[in-house]
Design a protein around this ligand. Structure first.
Ligand SMILES: [Zn+2]
Length: 172
């Protein structure tokens, strides 16, 4: 079964603002979607990609971090994230759906993610590294939350021009 080729969806597409639906079937169409997401993530040189970013409002994301992060290629279906500890980090983030926009975002440093693999088996993993940051960014996409919602006001102001340009090119 070959999946339809997917493309990256840019702000302000409505699918990026929707709460994505739970995955209920672990079948070939899910595997085809995940294959396409991995292809698009690599093509765009991203560290992560959520299904809404290729136009599919489903609770699944993929990640690819450096090997030292301990998770080369991650597939997370129906993820749940729990914060461990009180520590937070401020880090600069970008997003494939918001080209040219970056901002400093404060997030919990350590989290545990529990998610299903492509066979529907649940796994839990804890991290306080870069991958913990990526999990939280991608999880936000499943809730319809974007980095512009979490940026400091000064960064959001700076992003305004780029956001308007994206809105104009979507309307054109
Ligand atoms: Zn993103």
């Amino acid at each position: 079964m070959s999946a339809a080729p997917r493309r990256i969806v840019l702000f302000p597409a409505a699918v990026l603002r929707r709460r994505a639906a739970e995955v209920t079937r672990f079948d070939d169409s899910l595997r085809g979607l995940v294959d396409e997401m991995v292809r698009v993530m690599r093509e765009q040189e991203g560290a992560g990609l959520a299904a809404p970013q290729v136009g599919e409002s489903l609770r699944v994301f993929v990640t690819e971090a450096r090997p030292e992060e301990g998770e080369a290629l991650g597939v997370h279906v129906n993820p749940v994230i729990e914060i461990s500890g009180d520590e937070t980090d401020l880090m600069n983030e970008g997003c494939l759906s918001l080209p040219e926009i970056r901002g400093d975002i404060r997030r919990p440093a350590a989290v545990t993610i529990t998610s299903s693999d492509l066979e529907g088996r649940r796994h839990a993993r804890t991290s306080d590294g870069m991958i913990a940051r990526i999990w939280q960014h991608e999880f936000d996409h499943l809730e319809g939350v974007l980095i512009v919602d979490r940026m400091a006001p000064v960064d959001r102001m700076r992003a305004r021009k780029s956001l308007r340009a994206l809105e104009r090119s979507a309307g054109a």
